[in-house]
Ligand binder design. Structure first.
Ligand code: UDP
Length: 383
């Protein structure tokens, strides 16, 4: 049996600890924060008893049957469908862009086929394959909708022109020619009744798994382990000695109110009249609970400085070049594997993190059985 260090107690680290712990390995999990669950940490607010998503809203969604079945073993998921609203130009619309949004925006009563025909023209105007976020948006929805819902929000969120961003960011959001206003297209969606932190606690709850909170794992300690799985930032593993990979961080400004503040869990502010990107009202993430008081967070995005919490990897040309350097060095490390959002510097959701961690654990077990070396990455961070 191996002695394994896992850096980071978010979903990546906790799933690895559970799977490798179950297989009988001796495991130390390290996290610099004083709590588990990384950015999906939840905490019941002492004052209002509302379950707060400390680092911003996390809605669990997946179409991966294996992942959905897996998470249910560690917590009860309550039904929740994310239905986001958008404020732009002094009016409220439905997101993601759907037939209600379109018809209200263009003052029409288009059928699905009519709307499809209306928007088909925009795609034809684009001469080539969309090369960036803006071109992708213009081809999909035309300039009016793009400017109303995406241009300013994206500048607030990413701090750069949408022409500098990859089209892939927009592809996270569907555009629909029906009245479906479910923000996600996943087969399954829900929120853990007792919060995400309880799920992570359950994943880590094995006698051969030891948790070290508030403890930074130093690279020099790696030699004392048979293998290290690092879900912390890949650049920090190397002391950021070639520079820091760029992230966006978020500031959450809390306000307490009585009653219902906005009538919905999430409202996006898509134009520049509001400096925040969105407001989330956390009691609406738990519609099965009753609360007279309410807590809201105005969310502001900015560049992540050294002591801030990294949220969104920026992954533009300069960042990718720097990432390539760190990836090359990671390949030279012995017995270290980088996993998860920070370890591979990718914009991935919780369910992807879990699926990959399950895969990593399986492959690691196989490599032990076959006496093969284990790679630095199971998913190519540059891919
Ligand atoms: N976006 C936008 N307006 C919106 C919502 C999203 O312009 O009202 C853009 C923005 O660039 C964002 C991207 O679409 O980064 C992906 O949105 P998503 O809601 O998936 O972002 P997340 O919830 O991960 O912050």
């Amino acid at each position: 049996m191996a002695h394994i260090a896992i850096v980071g107690a978010g979903f990546s680290g906790a799933v690895l600890a559970q799977e490798l712990g179950k297989a009988g390995h001796r495991i130390d999990v390290f996290d610099t924060r004083p709590h588990v669950a990384g950015n999906c940490h939840t905490l019941r607010d002492e004052k209002t008893q509302v379950m707060l998503h400390t680092y911003g809203p996390h809605i669990f969604h997946t179409s991966n049957q294996r992942v959905w079945d897996y998470v249910q073993q560690f917590g009860t998921f309550m039904p929740f469908v994310n239905r986001v609203k958008a404020v732009t130009g002094g009016r409220v619309f439905s997101l993601p862009l759907n037939l209600l949004t379109i018809n209200q925006f263009v003052h029409q009563t288009f059928s699905p086929a009519q709307a499809r025909a209306f928007f088909a023209g925009f795609a034809e105007q684009g001469a080539h394959e969309p090369a960036n976020f803006e071109e992708q948006a213009l081809a999909l929805m035309g300039r009016d909708l793009y400017e109303a819902f995406f241009e300013s929000y994206t500048i607030k969120q990413w701090g750069v022109s949408p022409t500098a961003l990859p089209a892939s960011i927009l592809k996270r959001l569907p555009m629909r020619f029906n009245y479906d206003d479910n923000y996600y297209t996943s087969l399954y969606q829900g929120i853990p009744r007792d919060g995400y932190t309880a799920i992570i606690d359950n994943l880590l709850d094995l006698p051969n798994v030891t948790l070290h909170l508030g403890t930074r794992f130093e690279r020099a300690l790696a030699g004392g382990y048979d293998h290290v799985f690092c879900s912390g930032p890949i650049d920090a593993w190397f002391g950021c000695d070639e520079g820091r990979l760029g992230y966006r961080t978020l500031d959450f400004v809390r306000e307490d109110h009585v009653g219902d503040y906005q009538g919905n869990a999430v409202i996006n502010y898509c134009d520049m009249t509001a400096p925040w990107t969105r407001i989330s009202e956390h009691k609406h993430f738990a519609p099965w609970e009753q609360h007279d008081q309410t807590v809201i967070f105005k969310e502001y995005s900015r560049l992540c400085e050294e002591n801030d919490t990294p949220y969104y990897p920026i992954r533009l040309v300069a960042e990718k070049a720097l990432l390539a350097h760190y990836v090359q060095r990671a390949h030279q490390e012995r017995h270290v594997t980088f996993v998860g959002r920070l370890g591979t510097y990718r914009y991935i959701d919780m369910h992807v993190t879990i699926a990959e961690a399950l895969e990593v654990a399986e492959q690691y077990q196989r490599s032990l059985q076959e006496n093969l070396p284990f790679p630095s990455f199971v998913v190519d961070p540059l891919g």
